[in-house]
Write a protein of this length. Structure first.
Ligand code: FSO
Ligand code: SF4
Length: 537
């Protein structure tokens, strides 16, 4: 196997024996085969679209299939075998509908066993073509990883009924482009930035889905302790799964807790209205083994990031949606969470109330821009000197204390906006307020990056300047491919001087890095002191 798509890749270069995430070589090979097959399908889908042939079911399948290969989503080989077969069936159908027989990837997988498919996949990895130009490989992979993030957001949006054919069309176009040997470095850079642009549309759709269905988040205090009684913990990012579970547990004497990226769900009016939607438990994804172990109820994983379950909670954890772990019970499309509920009732639950304080959530675009006048006055009057967007993913590798130290050392006349699971490094710090404006504003999940972009753009408009001219610095942490596409979106918007850590992606070649530095002045995080000095001039 060879995989270097995430930040924790082995030795900072690539996982070759087994994934640091727990991905087995068989699954890596099946994922490579699936991506290969999706590229082949995309060649046909592009031609089919030219003939006016579209298939929304196929569009959604493609998003789900790509999302399944994102880090920490699906570790179950059997699920990939099914996805590969479905991809082949769609390709065959498009072949017939278009009457074309295109040269390109075809897997001829029908009737092959899992082991045979693994053997095919082993020949198709990132490094399969040793002669490929290093910069072309780097940009093709950057594009594929950007597409993984884009597909994830498009899938989240589609679940809430928000779809745009232009997003699906780009996914096909870009996947097909990774097979085009005539594309040079400049073309591929352009496609990566286009991926960032299309992702803004996908995130706009997701924002419309979230706020249209559950209302605009409002500032909400969330308990970090527990309430005596039976309990279910919901992790991942999916608001609809949470809502369905809240409905199915009403009146059952079970309290629902969020974990990880589900924390911001407490701010949505249509979710917070449930009395048994109690509080937040635990921190970021990489601490789950310890935290799930200690949780006295059942656990539902709705999306990434799942890690290998410990035996102590293997029978208390459930997956749904695209998440999968071999041997872990999966709740399918019925979304009948009865096993999760019955499991929780059979667990002991929390014996007593515990108080661990609270955190505030719900500072998405509507809430922040609702007090825009106050913020603008505070900036003009000098009460707020600078904004820092300290956002992105958390992770297990050392070096991430930088983000905690950064937030602690940001001067008291500055405001910190945050989003995604990286916030768990500092989410419970009491930073106080500036004239009633909290100094720590939790915009939401990584899925809410659109909200942060809208806040930045509204401030730029109010000050009649560009986003780069605002007193605003981007201090980002990355881990997986949603973060890759958000970065591409920020680059598409022309945002400069981003600090990215805790390490730069292994798949970025020195020349590609050079292009990014030259055009966007992006830089790895340095020391807190240096980066603060640079930001505050
Ligand atoms: Fe974190 Fe995982 Fe949300 Fe990611 S839980 S790391 S960027 O999947 O999606 O922020
Ligand atoms: Fe390694 Fe990350 Fe790939 Fe997992 S997803 S195999 S940790 S590079």
């Amino acid at each position: 196997m060879f995989c270097y798509q995430c930040e924790q890749t082995a030795k900072g270069t690539g996982c070759t024996k087994i994934g640091v995430c727990g991905k087995q070589p068989e699954v890596a090979a099946l994922q490579d085969l699936l991506i290969h097959a999706l590229k082949g399908l995309s060649l046909y889908a592009v031609k089919a679209a030219e003939k006016g042939i579209r298939d929304e079911k196929m569009d959604l399948f493609v998003c789900e299939a790509i999302f399944s290969t994102l880090t920490n989503v699906d570790f179950d080989p059997a699920r990939f075998v099914a996805l590969i077969a479905e991809c082949e069936a769609y390709t065959k159908s498009l072949k017939e509908k278009t009457g074309l027989d295109l040269a390109g990837p075809s897997c001829s997988c029908a009737g092959k066993s899992q082991a045979e498919l693994v053997a095919v996949g082993e020949t198709l990895g990132v490094m399969a073509d040793a002669t490929l130009d290093a910069d072309v490989r780097s940009l093709r992979e950057l594009l594929v990883y950007g597409l993984k993030g884009l597909a994830a957001y498009a899938d989240h949006a589609a679940i809430l009924g928000q779809k745009d054919p232009a997003v699906f069309a780009f996914i096909y176009e870009a996947l097909a482009a990774t097979l085009d040997n005539t594309l040079a470095v400049g073309d591929l850079v352009g496609l990566c930035l286009k991926c960032g642009e299309v992702n803004i549309r996908a995130m706009e759709l997701l924002d419309a889905g979230n706020t249209g269905t559950y209302g605009h988040p409002v500032p909400t205090s969330v308990p970090l302790g527990a309430k005596a009684g039976k309990a279910i913990l919901v992790s991942g990012h999916d608001l609809k799964d949470l809502e369905l579970l809240l409905k199915q547990t009403e009146g059952k004497g079970i309290n629902i807790y969020t974990h990880g990226e589900m924390l911001p769900c407490h701010g949505y009016p249509e979710l917070k209205k449930y009395d048994h939607f109690y509080g937040h438990y635990g921190t970021a994804w990489q601490n789950q083994a310890k935290e799930f172990d200690a949780f006295p109820g059942t656990i539902l994983m709705t999306t990434n990031c799942i890690q290998k379950p410990k035996e102590t909670y293997n029978d208390r954890i459930f997956t749904t949606g695209l998440v999968g772990w071999p041997g872990v019970a999966h709740i399918g499309d019925s979304k009948d969470f009865t096993p999760v509920i019955e499991g929780a009732l059979a667990c002991e639950g929390f014996a007593a109330d515990t108080d661990k304080g609270t955190v505030m959530v719900g500072f998405a675009r509507n809430a922040v821009l609702g007090v825009a006048d106050k913020i603008i006055d505070a900036v003009k009057g000098g009460a707020i000197r600078h904004f820092f967007l300290v956002g992105g993913c958390d992770g297990a590798k050392p070096g991430r204390n930088y983000y905690t130290d950064m937030v602690e050392q940001i001067p008291s006349d500055c405001v910190v906006l945050t989003l995604a699971c990286g916030k768990f490094r500092f989410f419970d710090k009491q930073l106080g307020d500036i004239g009633g404006i909290p100094r720590l504003l939790d915009v939401g999940q990584c899925n809410d990056a659109y909200s942060a972009v809208r806040i930045a753009m509204a401030l730029a408009e109010a000050f009649d300047c560009g986003v780069n001219d605002l007193p605003l610095s981007f201090i980002l942490s990355w881990y997986e491919q949603k973060a890759c596409v958000i970065l591409l979106s920020l680059l598409h918007l022309g945002i400069k001087d981003i600090k990215l850590g805790p390490s730069l992606p292994a798949f970025i070649s020195p020349n590609v890095l050079g292009v990014l530095v030259e055009n966007f002045n992006i830089a790895p995080t340095g020391t807190v002191e240096e980066d603060l000095k640079a930001a505050l001039g």
